[in-house]
Design a protein around this ligand. Structure first.
Ligand code: FDA
Length: 389
């Protein structure tokens, strides 16, 4: 069987690419349903893009690589598309756009776009062997217990990264890239909770507060969540993409709070109030208890000198922690790193050394922040490749 284009992976990028890749396109996926990560994303409502998406929200060995694709298919283009399909949406926070109803609306929309483009979708299909010769790519597939040989001129790698293997994530795109001489940068779990081996935060599990998390490379002001295993919440997931084993992180528990002034004013008016009681008006009481011993939170407000209050506020705004690790690919939302962008055209996503081979979406070494940026990269890179094919 001969196709003009075969797309490996019916996820966000693969389906979007199929909608733009022209006639005679076959999309293959080993899963039983397409777009499974879309379905579970954003708590079932899919944070499908971000109003403020721009190249600065992406990590890559080449931070310029994503510019062209993001500029040519923007968040506004995707918003137009879902508008044409009558999908209602809302902004939750920080420019993050979610479906009003269900994430599956996005999957259905992409399926409809694929049908409109006359693309064929084969699910529950495994790639057994792949080679390249003068006539293009030859693939041996297994579908419903039958071996099928197919050929194509264009092969698009859209099988994503390694995050959530339970959902069928594999390193197939990386293996194929290497097979055809493309480099793959180091891959690691990203947008992932940070863990501590001593269970020190277990008593705080479920406690959340706004915080600023920083290291030498990045800083994020978002919610921090304590868990049985360590730290999670948007601020932690964001910083995890910039964190390396053994490194310290700085947690500011009072990023927007003029706590020193507030405590001094309270000392004036209610000096007999316990310091811990006053702190618990501004921070979760469990956290104040937890920090009590460590930071010497004892006595009444009247017992505290200006210097003692200043020291306490300095400690609350610069709490240093060294995570033991991350929860790994089991819970990571994305994979950092991937197919080296040096080997790809930023305009078309085509391999420079092997015309006809394309790589898109999360498989490529372009990783977005939390907040709809990863889907936007999937849409933009997919359209770049689809239009070039
Ligand atoms: P994607 O993973 O979507 O698709 C890859 C496809 O390839 C899958 O269908 C898979 O079955 C198939 N495949 C893999 N290996 C194969 C093999 N060996 N043979 C055949 N097929 C194979 N992003 C965002 O912007 N907003 C959000 O709200 C969220 N939320 C979110 C929640 C959770 C729980 C996760 C895990 C991730 C997110 N993300 C997100 C990230 C987002 O889901 C991700 O970046 C995109 O789905 C990447 O799109 P791709 O098409 O590149 O890969």
């Amino acid at each position: 069987m001969e196709y003009r284009t075969i797309i490996l992976g019916a996820g966000a990028a693969g389906m979007m690419c199929a909608a733009h890749a022209g006639p005679d396109t076959l999309v293959i996926d080993h899963a039983r349903a397409p777009g499974e990560k879309i379905r579970i994303s954003g708590g079932g409502r899919c944070n499908f893009t971000n109003l403020y998406a721009e190249p600065g929200n992406y990590l890559s060995q080449n931070p310029h690589f994503c510019k062209s694709a993001l500029a040519r298919y923007t968040q506004w283009d995707f918003i137009d598309l879902i508008g044409r399909h009558g999908i209602a949406w809302h902004e939750k926070t920080l420019g993050q756009l979610f479906c009003d109803d269900k994430a599956t609306q996005i999957v259905e929309m992409l399926r409809a776009e694929m049908t409109r483009a006359s693309a064929t979708l084969w699910l529950s299909t495994q790639l057994i062997a792949l080679s390249h010769g003068e006539s293009g790519f030859s693939l041996e597939l297994e579908r419903e217990g039958t071996r099928i040989a197919v050929t194509c001129r264009n092969l698009v790698l859209a099988t994503g990264g390694k995050s959530i293997p339970k959902m069928g994530a594999t390193g197939l795109a990386y293996d194929i890239a290497r097979q055809f001489g493309l480099a793959v940068t180091e891959t690691r779990p990203a947008l992932v909770p940070l863990t501590f081996t001593d269970g020190r935060f277990a008593p705080l599990s479920g406690t959340a507060l706004p915080a600023r998390l920083s290291n030498a490379r990045a800083s994020f002001d978002e919610a921090l969540l304590f868990t049985h295993r360590g730290l999670s919440g948007p601020a932690v997931l964001q910083l995890s993409s910039y964190w390396r084993e053994g490194e310290e992180i700085a947690v500011n528990l009072i990023p927007e709070l003029p706590l020193y002034d507030l405590l001094r004013a309270q000392r004036q008016s209610s000096g007999r109030k316990a310091l811990s009681t006053e702190l618990a008006r501004h921070l979760p009481a469990k956290l104040v208890d937890h920090l009590g011993l460590m930071l010497g939170i004892t006595g009444n407000l009247a017992d505290q000198s200006d210097a003692a209050l200043a020291t306490l506020c300095a400690q609350l705004s610069d709490w240093r922690l060294t995570p033991a690790g991350t929860e790994g690919y089991r819970t990571a939302e994305v994979t950092l790193g991937g197919i080296d962008t040096d080997g790809l055209s930023s305009k078309t996503m085509e391999a420079k050394t092997l015309p006809g081979l394309y790589a898109i979406g999360e498989a490529v070494d372009v990783t977005g922040w939390l907040g709809g940026y990863n889907f936007q990269w999937a849409w933009s890179s997919a359209v770049a490749a689809g239009q070039a094919i």
